[in-house]
Design a binder for this molecule. Structure first.
Ligand code: G4P
Length: 527
C-alpha cells in the first residue's frame, strides 16, 4: 500500500466530555469493536488514580491488554483508528487542550440527563477555535433525561453550531424504544439486551406493536418537524466545524454506539494538511514530518524517562530513521530509544500521517517542536497559547535555592508545562494554569528534577486580557485588576471576575482588551 493510501485510512480523534458523561464507557465500547479488549465491564479504579492516564493502565492491568496511556489504536472496517485520550476531571490541564491540536476530529459525549456542562463547553471552544469537525453523541438515553428537541436547541444556542440529528430517539428511560437512523433509512430497535434489531423504514408498518405506541408516534411527529424545519446535512459545514451530526444512544447498554461509530468512521476526516513556515504541507507529501504536542515525564517512575508524543503529519515513519529537529537543526536517530504507543506495547516499525508515536526524549524536545527528514527545513505553526484561568504566586521555600528555582521555572516554561507571568513592578512570579493538576505536576517536578521546594499562594480564578503596550496606564490597575507581563513581556490584566472586567470596559472604553481565545481564532493576528 502506498503512503497516500495508508494516510487516507487514518481516523485520528479525541473524545471530549464533562466528567461522568460517559467518555470512559464509550471508549471502552469502541475498543471492543476494535477487539482490543475481550469483554465489556465497568472500568474500576478509575477514580482512585490521581492522574487520568491511570485509567488506561488500570484497564490494561485488568484485561491483560496493552493500551498505553494517552493513545489507543486499532483497525476497524478497513480504517486505522487512533483515539487520543483527553483527561477530564481535576486532571484538566493545557495538555488536554493541546491534545486537540493533534486530532482531525472530535466526538463530543453529552449526558442526556444534563445537557451541556462546563468542561464540555471549554473543550468545545478550543475545537471551534481550530475549526475541528465535531460529532455529538447524546448518552444515557436509557435514563429519563431532557427532551431531545430541547437538547438540540441547547447545543445550537450555547455552542453556536448547527445540529443535524443523524439518529432520532423514540422515548427515553423505561420507555426508550430505539432510534430512527436517518442515514441508513432504518429503525434501530432497543431490546434491552445488547442486540440491536434493524427494521428498514419501508417495513415499519409490519410492526404495529411499535408504530401504534404513543411514544413512537410522538417521536415520529418530532422527526417530521426536524425533517421540515431543521437544517439539511451538509458535510462541508461539518468539516469546517459549523455543523455537528448528532446521535442518540446509551454507551452503557450499549445501544446506538455501533450505529454511531459506523457512520462516524465514514464521515470523519482523514488527516488534514497543516500550515508551516514553508507554506501548507500535504499529508500526502512523501517526506516524513511531525510535531510534538505533548511531553510526558516519569511515565515509568523507575527510570526518569520522558516521552515526546509526535503527531505524524506527512510521509512515513520508520524505526531507526534519522530526523532533524527543525528548531536547532540537530539530527537524531529514532532508534532503540523510541517507544511506541500502540495496540501492542513495544516498538512499532512504521507510522503514517495521522498516527501518534511516542519517542524517547533525551531532554531536547519542546512542545510544538517539528521533526523532519531529508532536506526539508520548516516548522509547523506554533501551538496556540491557551488562556489560563487559575493563577498562583510562586516562591522558593529556601531563598538560597533561587538559582535552581529560576532554572526550573525557565525550563518548565520552555517545555510548555506552565505559563509564567511577572508582576509589572515587582519580582513576583505568577503561574497560570487551566487546571489544578498542572500545579501538582509543577511542584512535583521542581522538587524531583531541580531539588527546589516551592510555595504556591493562590490568587484565585482570574480572567486574563491582553492589551496593547501603548495603552498601558498603570494608574488604572490595582490588586483586583492586576497588571502583569507574559514571558514575551507583553502586558496583560488579570481581572478578578466578570464584574470587574465589565466595570473596567465601561470606564475605559478606548482600551482594547484582547481575549486569547478570540486571538487564536483569528490566526494569531495579534503577533
Ligand atoms: P467519564 O469517563 O465521562 O467520566 O464517564 P464514565 O464512562 O466513567 O461514566 C460515568 C458513569 O455513568 C458511570 O457510572 C457509568 O457506568 C455511567 N454511564 C455511562 N454511560 C451510561 C449510559 O449510557 N447509561 C447509564 N445509565 N449510565 C451510564 P458510575 O456509577 O459513576 O460508575 P461505575 O460505578 O458504574 O463505575
Amino acid at each position: 500500500m502506498t503512503i497516500q493510501e495508508e494516510m487516507k485510512k487514518r481516523r485520528t480523534f479525541a473524545i471530549i466530555s464533562h466528567p461522568d458523561a460517559g467518555k470512559t464507557t464509550m471508549t471502552e465500547k469502541m475498543l471492543l469493536f476494535g477487539n482490543l479488549i475481550r469483554s465489556a465491564g465497568t472500568v474500576k479504579g478509575k477514580k482512585s488514580g490521581k492522574f487520568a492516564t491511570s485509567d488506561w493502565m488500570e484497564i490494561e492491568k485488568q484485561r491483560g491488554i496493552s493500551v498505553t496511556s494517552s493513545v489507543m489504536n486499532f483497525p476497524y472496517q478497513g480504517y486505522q483508528v487512533n483515539i487520543l485520550d483527553t483527561p477530564g476531571h481535576e486532571d484538566f490541564s493545557e495538555d488536554t487542550y493541546r491534545t486537540l491540536t493533534a486530532v482531525d476530529s472530535v466526538v463530543m459525549v453529552i449526558d442526556g440527563t444534563k445537557g451541556i456542562e462546563a468542561q464540555t463547553l471549554k473543550l468545545f471552544k478550543v475545537c471551534k477555535m481550530r475549526g475541528i469537525p465535531i460529532f455529538t453523541f447524546i448518552n444515557k438515553m436509557d435514563r429519563e433525561g431532557r427532551e431531545p428537541l430541547e437538547l438540540m436547541e441547547e447545543i445550537e444556542s450555547t455552542l453556536n453550531i448547527e445540529t443535524y440529528p443523524m439518529t432520532w430517539p423514540v422515548g427515553m428511560g423505561k420507555r426508550f424504544m430505539g432510534v430512527f437512523d436517518r442515514e441508513n433509512d432504518q429503525f434501530v430497535r432497543y431490546t434491552g439486551n445488547e442486540e440491536e434489531t434493524y427494521i428498514p423504514f419501508s417495513e415499519l408498518d409490519q410492526h404495529p406493536d411499535l408504530t401504534e405506541d404513543p411514544t413512537y408516534q410522538e417521536a415520529e411527529d418530532e422527526l417530521m418537524l426536524v425533517d421540515e424545519a431543521g437544517d439539511g446535512f451538509d458535510l462541508e459545514k461539518v468539516m469546517k466545524g459549523e455543523q455537528t451530526p448528532v446521535f442518540f444512544g446509551s454507551a452503557l447498554a450499549p445501544f446506538g454506539v455501533e450505529t454511531f461509530f459506523n457512520t462516524f468512521i465514514r464521515y470523519a476526516p482523514e488527516p488534514a494538511p497543516r500550515r508551516s513556515t514553508e507554506g501548507v504541507v500535504s499529508p500526502e507529501h512523501e517526506e516524513f514530518s511531525g510535531f510534538i504536542f505533548k511531553i510526558q515525564a516519569n511515565m515509568n517512575p523507575q527510570h526518569r524517562d520522558r516521552i515526546a508524543f509526535v503527531r505524524i503529519c506527512s510521509g512515513k515513519f520508520e524505526r531507526g530513521m534519522n530526523v532533524t529537529l527543525s528548531r536547532t537543526g540537530k539530527a537524531f536517530k529514532l532508534a532503540q530509544s523510541q517507544q511506541f504507543v500502540a495496540s501492542s506495547r513495544g516498538t512499532v516499525e512504521e507510522g503514517y500521517a495521522g498516527d501518534i508515536i511516542g519517542i524517547y526524549d533525551p531532554n531536547v524536545y519542546r512542545i510544538g517542536d517539528t521533526i523532519v527528514t531529508g532536506k526539508q527545513n520548516f516548522e509547523y505553526d506554533e501551538l496556540p497559547q491557551f488562556p489560563p484561568e487559575l493563577f498562583k504566586k510562586v516562591t522558593a521555600k529556601n531563598v538560597m535555592k533561587s538559582k535552581q528555582f529560576k532554572k526550573g521555572l525557565e525550563q518548565l516554561v520552555q517545555e510548555g508545562a506552565i505559563q509564567l507571568f511577572k508582576h509589572y513592578h515587582f519580582e513576583d512570579y505568577i503561574i497560570g494554569a487551566v487546571g489544578e493538576l498542572q500545579y501538582e505536576v509543577f511542584e512535583y517536578r521542581m522538587k524531583n528534577e531541580y531539588n527546589v521546594e516551592i510555595e504556591l499562594t493562590s490568587i484565585g480564578e482570574r480572567i486574563p486580557r491582553w492589551l496593547p503596550e501603548d495603552q498601558v496606564d498603570e494608574s488604572m490597575f490595582d490588586d483586583r485588576n492586576m497588571l502583569v507581563l507574559d514571558r514575551e513581556q507583553k502586558p496583560l490584566v488579570l481581572f478578578k471576575n466578570d464584574f470587574s472586567l465589565r466595570w473596567f470596559q465601561d470606564k475605559h472604553e478606548d482600551v482594547e482588551l484582547i481575549d486569547l481565545f478570540e486571538v487564536n481564532k483569528y490566526d494569531q493576528s495579534y503577533e
